[in-house]
Design a protein around this ligand. Structure first.
Ligand code: MN
Length: 287
């Protein structure tokens, strides 16, 4: 058994923000255009908010749009998001809930603020993560997993030090809530001030930590703050954390998919021809 730290490659600090529709003020922490290969199987991460919205009688959000070739994972921290798609699926997720949507060969959906949230106003904070599918699964059946807060296993840390919510994968033998196509760990970690945590992470897997709140020291040497993304080398099998203030981080860890990534907007496939086909199919109403 080796015990080698995964070394830090870089900390991405993104300050720009843009609107997705009129509901989601997002900072794109990475996308397949810049770090698709390095962060495989993860394609994109948009961090929305936190931003306070005034009460309104008109739902804000993003109108119907397509996806093909991957999965969208929506993790709500504050606020409410409602979705509706062309296959008749509809649902609402709130704080602590996750929607793991497999677009695969194609869906059309809208993503809006929930009705109560719209009417009452409040703070919105959420993540949308895109996860790639292996080429052989890109044209499979679409699938929805609506995973409510209570269905996400929690591993409490000793002495009220915080907790690990296992959204996907496996944390020290606790299985995550989501079904995935490849080996992926997505952990929502909350640490109290002074808490240490040694994360065991598979050798050879991609690892990135998103800072959301507070400050965490990584491997004793580098600080991760809010709206920063730390990328690690694939070799090594652990990362040591210590919270220097109350902190929330999201761990992304997965087996790289060693296939070409060819993307155009909401379509991510393996070849240019498949992207052209996606556009043709979308225009022809075949989604
Ligand atoms: Mn979408």
């Amino acid at each position: 058994m080796t015990m080698k730290s995964k070394n830090l490659v870089n900390i991405e600090r993104k300050t720009g923000q843009h609107w997705v529709g009129n509901g989601f003020p997002v900072t794109t922490m990475f996308s397949y255009d810049d770090l698709g290969k390095e962060l495989s199987p993860f394609l994109l991460l948009d961090y929305a908010g936190p931003l306070a919205f005034e009460p309104s009688d008109k739902p804000r959000g993003v109108e119907q749009h397509p996806h093909r070739g991957f999965e969208t994972v929506t993790i709500v921290y504050q606020g409410e998001v409602e979705h509706r798609d062309n296959a008749g699926n509809a649902g609402k997720i709130g704080p602590g809930d996750v929607q793991w949507m497999t677009a695969a060969r194609g869906i059309l959906h809208e993503e809006m603020h929930g009705r109560d949230f719209t009417n009452n106003g409040g703070t919105l904070e959420m993540i949308q993560l895109w996860v790639n599918l292996p080429a052989k699964d890109k044209m499979g059946e679409p699938r929805y997993q609506e995973i409510v807060n209570n269905d996400i296993p929690i591993v409490p840390l000793a002495e009220n030090g915080g907790m690990v919510r296992v959204i996907a994968g496996d944390y020290q033998g606790t299985r995550g809530a989501a079904k995935t196509f490849t080996s992926i760990n997505v952990w929502d970690i909350h640490l109290n001030t002074g808490q240490k945590l040694d994360l065991s992470l598979p050798e050879g897997f991609t690892t990135a930590l998103l800072g959301m709140k507070g400050t965490v020291m990584m491997n004793g040497t580098q600080a991760l703050n809010g709206k920063e993304l730390a990328r690690f080398e694939r070799n090594g099998d652990h990362v040591a954390l210590e919270a220097t203030s109350e902190a929330t981080i999201l761990v992304l860890n997965g087996e790289p998919i060693d296939e070409p990534i060819v993307g155009q907007g909401p379509f991510v496939m393996s070849t240019e021809a498949e992207i052209h086909q996606a556009m043709t199919d979308y225009r022809a109403g075949r989604f």
